[in-house]
Design a protein around this ligand. Structure first.
Ligand code: NI
Length: 185
């Protein structure tokens, strides 16, 4: 099932997600639906708040951005994740977000992370990631903390984007996937 993707301006995107309890819901179906929704929108990551669910869950499927860099393709669901460590010299990368169409901006993040999470079979994992995969995980992890990539921008950049962001929240944005706008009349 493909969910509409919640657009910038909806309060669920600013809300910290709740942990999922084992057996509380059909988490496998939810994970499948999130992958389907993400692929339909050509995304590399999608967090539960982006489909209107205030839960600590996100999915990623990264294609290596640069064939020459030895980056793995990682397709995974992260349930109740906790980033345990973020290390290294911050690097800038242009991020986008399915909830914020047509805006891309450089965001600074640390390159190395260690994360603990459950998969959709409730197996617990602790893993390390770096580079682009770490970047995608950090972006999605922010979502379940109620943080958007635009929150990381300078006050100056935020001021420049204010009008565009207001338009997105009102539904004045072209997107080739179905979206849910909180302020659309
Ligand atoms: Ni996003």
């Amino acid at each position: 099932m493909i969910y509409p993707i919640v657009a910038y301006g909806h309060p669920v995107l600013k809300t910290k997600g709740k942990d999922i309890e084992k057996g509380e819901m059909d988490v496998k179906t939810l994970v499948d639906d999130m992958f389907e929704t993400m692929y339909n929108a050509n995304g590399v990551g999608l967090a539960a708040p982006q489909i209107g669910k205030s839960l600590r869950l996100f999915v990623i499927d990264t294609d290596p951005i640069d064939e020459e860099e030895d980056q793995p393709k990682v397709k995974k669901a992260f349930i109740n994740p906790q980033i345990l460590d973020e290390e290294g010299e911050e690097w800038a990368f242009e991020e986008g977000c399915l909830s914020i169409p047509n805006i891309r901006e450089d965001v600074n993040r640390k390159p190395n992370i260690r994360i603990k999470y459950f998969d959709e079979n409730w197996e617990e994992h602790e893993e390390e990631y770096d580079g682009f995969v770490a970047r995608v995980i950090q972006h999605e992890y922010d979502h379940i903390e109620g943080i958007l990539f635009t929150d990381h921008l300078s006050a100056f950049k935020k001021r420049i984007l204010k009008g565009k962001l207001a338009n997105i929240s009102k539904g004045k944005v072209p997107a080739d996937y179905k979206m849910l706008f909180s302020l659309k009349k």
